[in-house]
Ligand binder design. Structure first.
Ligand code: WT7
Length: 651
């Protein structure tokens, strides 16, 4: 059954000047794409991108799923984000930065141009970085992180950002997989008024054999770090000697722009590859359509550049459209849960984009905080990363948005490059916790995995995209087979494989899409994807562990928490449970990072398995949730373990 959700109509005043003003306009765009798919995308590509040379073909599907968009076209993504704005916006703020301690910087488009050019010259001339080289960026949320990305794009190097919360081991793996020759990092940064460090993690990751030849260190917090002669260089020193202009490399539409590693259902993270033209086109178009940012607006996305949201909606999308984007180093609850609202008031933020986990934290720790500030500048509120729960939605809508702002519940993922299902703030009547409809040009459908037919209202199915779109993933770095298998193996429509997101979804009777969550062994912790297999592989490195199964468990703030069932080797009894839990979490911290620490660890006598040895995760998920097991367990290899584990979890 589909529940009937209340509907909130778009703000009439807002809709008057919105880029897409009503559902008729939305439908017309979607119909246009349906009738002439290549015409639709081709005309936007012509209009939105500053081509160095025009493309000759819109879409080549001859080697699907390896598709090519805008072949023959030449461009430079950094020039698209900076140079083309200089004639009309050179003194406009491109980036407004606020540090953890309240320090501020406003970087105009002209300043951004010089900073990125100098950075490009540094990489090229001091480090010998060339087109196609991979550069790993392991940085805090400071403007230099954006400069680093854009400098790579300017000289045609492929960046791969590793989120600052990942451990040395995780960083080492990603560096090795991408065969990166340069790492850009910082000494560290500030969090809750205290310095924290990144450079020592890089040092550890480069210990032993490594493809990395040079490390560039931005001195942000001024703490002492170790310098390896001939390898490590201070950005603050080198940048002083760089020329302020640097020619932008002429790139093919399908030249890779960046890699971003994400979790899948096996232990090894995948290097999701995005290419130049298609990615930047959709980044820009969704900024315009979904956030409807206007020339004088100030837009703030609270993500970290280490995730796809930070790539597309802090750096590339906003800059491509010539917007003012806010970058924040700190945490939303420091010094108190009023920090974001104080910033909204001070900078007169017009669009605010964050994750449900942050909304829940801000709600729980500062329910009345928004009322203390003037939030009247806000027009659009965004949410991303996981299904948002109705209470959090309601608070966001009422307390933050004053019941007058559209909430855009944007559904997408690392692989989609940009939003694929989302309300349009001036057009879509929204329903709480509902991603609503596919964006114009995106052929997203919920399909029955068995038949490949579109499902009926109320029946769950698989969230798929049936035609390639410009910003879609182009491959998994170094593993074309895994690319095909991961995304084009599960669902066929009319006999042809279609892109499957890995998420389940459901239509209501009005055709609204609600995302119900992952259908694979991937859990969503605070809006970040974590493969259970990845966490299991880490835990297995502990010498006492014989077997382990990891599942997700609903968590009040994080959405999902990590629950591990650990079977210790028979000769190693649990001497001290507290110590053993600590030891296991230490292994996770070392192998992946703090973001993958377990919320619960249970030392089980065994795992529920079928006679063929398959672990019954469904049972383990139910036990973790505290549900009573009703399914037939008599066919398990050892049914008695279920009861034993249930008792342990309840105790
Ligand atoms: C997964 C992608 C997209 C940027 C941040 C995370 C879940 C994302 C929503 C939403 C329900 C959502 C999906 C998706 N997800 N947005 N609005 N409603 N679920 O990127 O790490 O690639 O994770 O996040 O499960 O597959 P990611």
């Amino acid at each position: 059954m589909t529940e009937v959700k209340p509907v909130f109509k778009p703000n009439k005043e807002f809709a008057k000047t919105a880029r897409i003003k009503n559902m008729c306009e939305y439908q017309a765009l979607q119909d246009a794409a349906m009738e002439d798919y290549e015409g639709f995308w081709g005309s936007y590509a012509k209009e939105k991108i500053d081509w160095i040379e025009p493309f000759t073909n819109v879409l080549d599907e001859s080697n699907t799923p390896f598709v090519k968009w805008f072949e023959g076209g030449k461009l430079n993504v950094a020039a698209q984000c900076i140079d083309r704005h200089l004639s009309s916006r050179k003194n406009k703020a491109a980036i407004i930065f606020e540090g953890d301690r309240g320090d501020k910087q406003i970087i105009t488009y002209l300043e951004l141009y010089y900073n990125v050019n100098r950075f490009s010259n540094l990489l090229k001339n001091e480090f010998g970085v060339k087109k196609g080289d991979r550069v790993v960026i392991y940085m805090p949320m400071i403007p230099e992180a954006a400069y680093a990305m854009l400098a790579c794009a300017r000289i045609g190097a492929i960046h791969s950002i590793v989120f600052g919360g990942f451990s040395a081991e995780a960083l080492r793996d990603r560096i090795a997989d991408a065969d990166a020759k340069v790492v850009i990092t910082a000494d560290g940064a500030f969090r809750k008024d205290k310095p924290y460090m990144l450079k020592p993690v890089v040092d550890e990751a480069l210990n032993g054999e490594t493809p990395v030849q040079k490390v560039l260190v931005v001195e942000r917090n001024g703490e002492d770090v170790t310098w390896t002669a001939g390898r490590d260089y201070s950005y603050n020193e080198l940048i002083k000697h760089q020329a302020p202009t640097c020619d932008a490399e002429v790139m093919d539409a399908e030249d890779p722009l960046f890699l971003l590693y994400t979790s899948g259902s096996t232990g090894k993270p995948k290097g999701v590859q995005h290419n130049s033209a298609g990615y930047i086109l959709w980044a820009q178009m969704t900024m315009e359509w979904v956030f409807d940012v206007k020339e004088n607006d100030t837009y703030w996305c609270t993500a970290d550049v280490g995730w796809i949201t930070g790539h597309t909606y802090i750096v590339y999308g906003p800059l491509a459209m010539g917007a003012t984007t806010v970058m924040f180093e700190g945490v939303p609850t420091y010094p108190d849960a009023g920090r974001p609202w104080k910033m909204v008031e001070e900078y007169k933020i017009n669009q605010f984009y964050t994750a449900p986990t942050a909304i829940r934290v801000l709600h729980k720790s500062g329910e009345d905080e928004p009322a203390k500030y003037d939030l009247s500048s806000l027009k659009v509120l965004g949410t991303v990363g996981e299904p948002i729960d109705p209470p959090a939605w309601k608070w966001y809508y009422e307390a933050v948005g004053g019941s007058k702002c559209a909430i855009v519940d944007t559904y997408w993922q690392t692989e989609t490059g940009g939003h694929i299902v989302s309300p349009l703030p001036g057009a879509t009547p929204i329903k709480p916790a509902c991603a609503t409809f596919p964006l114009p040009g995106i052929m997203a459908e919920i399909l029955d995995p068995q038949t490949g037919e579109k499902v009926e209202a109320g029946e769950g199915g698989y969230m798929c995209v049936t035609r390639p779109w410009p910003s879609m993933i182009r491959g998994i770095w170094g593993d074309p087979e895994r690319f095909v298998k991961s995304y084009f193996g599960d669902v066929k429509k009319d006999g042809k494989p279609v892109y499957f997101t890995g998420d389940g979804a459901i239509y209501d009777t009005e055709g609204y899409i609600t995302i119900t969550g992952r259908t694979d062994d991937v859990i969503n912790v605070s809006g970040h994807r974590m493969g259970t297999a990845e966490v299991e592989a880490a835990i297995k490195k502990h010498p006492n562990v014989a077997e382990v199964a990891v599942v997700g468990k609903p968590h009040e703030i994080k959405g999902e928490g990590i629950f591990a069932y650990v079977v210790l080797k028979s000769d190693k009894g649990v001497a001290d449970e507290v110590e053993e839990v600590k030891a296991i979490n230490n292994v996770i911290k070392k192998e992946i990072g703090n973001i993958a620490l377990c919320d619960d660890i249970v030392f089980a006598p065994g795992l529920p398995k079928t006679r063929s040895g398959k672990i019954m995760r469904r049972i383990l998920r139910s036990i973790a949730k505290g549900e009573t097991i009703t399914q037939d367990i008599s066919t398990l290899e050892d049914p008695s373990v279920v009861e034993k584990i249930e008792k342990m979890v309840k105790a």
